[in-house]
Design a protein around this ligand. Sequence first.
Ligand SMILES: Cc1cc2nc3c(=O)[nH]c(=O)nc-3n(C[C@H](O)[C@H](O)[C@H](O)COP(=O)(O)O)c2cc1C
Length: 368
Amino acid sequence: MSGNTLGTLFTVTTFGESHGPAIGCVVDGCPPGLALSEADIQPDLDRRKPGTSRHVTQRKEEDLVEILSGVYEGRTTGTPIALLIRNTDARSKDYAKIASSPRGGGRSSARLTAPAVAAGAIARKWLRERHGVEVRGYLSQLGPQRIAFKSWAHVDENPFFAPDEAVVAALESYMDQLRKSGESCGARLTVVASGVPPGWGEPLYGRLDADIAQAMMGINAVKGVEIGAGFQSVEQLGTQHSDEMTPQGFVSNNAGGILGGISTGQDVVVSIAIKPTSSIRLPRKTVDVAGEAATIETHGRHDPCVGIRATPIAEAFLALVLIDHALRHRAQNADVTEQTPRVPAQAPVGKGKAKTTPMFEDPDPAEA
Ligand SMILES: Cc1cc2nc3c(=O)[nH]c(=O)nc-3n(C[C@H](O)[C@H](O)[C@H](O)COP(=O)(O)O)c2cc1C
């Protein structure tokens, strides 16, 4: 059983189990010279950790990260960076009645997203410093409640990562009711990477969007991934979906910053669908290990909506894919000079109506 490593040039291999002594990861391929200490990583882990509000699991884990290797005198050396997070509040007895999984989810537990978040913090720092790329996410829907984006400033000011403080009271009462009833609900998260230069990604098997989808589907409980307009593209007409370009910039971003598998220079916009938590205390029909009819109720400490804590996780996974592609792009194209002008990510509103030259495209008749 492998499948513990993400990435091609910037690789992250996680280890450990939810109810073992520790979890962690080895990050290999990080460029040398990046200033790095635990203080760069801990804030992201603190945003993900359990027990921070009444709306999430009450398991108490400090998730303190230790850097064991790969950093010398405060800078990465280019050698493997080992990160360790000790488990301090594991309770196997909560799982005692679930015979097939006596130590919680073990490897498949969402606790293993903590090392990925730690690795993601390294990726985010490098992307920010070297390319000015900013990766940020927010809760865009909780159960049936859609949340319109208001401001990034609101996101870290409430336990939901909601981008509009005005909806927080409604989210709180929805969650309180849900918890009382013993139910769980799903969520939608949106992650945006701004400042990604054009050119990252490959046209076929290393498509940037494909790698993002694979990474996002690697997050526990994710059931869907959309890039840009995503499934909404089904209802759009060609003239509604295609993103017009002007010398001043792109006029829209239905593509979500990726065309032909390669970044366009626009914001990379990714949404994920997270399913309702499986572990609920309401009885559900199941079968036992002998195949006999049984009912299951789960009484341990659980997240009634796992999406509430997943925003930092989604940000981390997007950052991990982006740094990997940044390094792959650098490996292949470091000595290639740009021939065509860059189209700015976004045209200023109201611009772009100047005189245009008609061009006729003859689509490749052999594309079959
Ligand atoms: C932050 C986070 C917390 C989670 N907490 C729980 C939980 O308390 N109970 C549960 O049944 N699933 C929880 N999950 C989801 C499970 O880990 C996931 O459903 C399980 O690994 C099976 O994978 P799948 O749903 O992708 O098929 C959580 C997921 C995330 C991202």
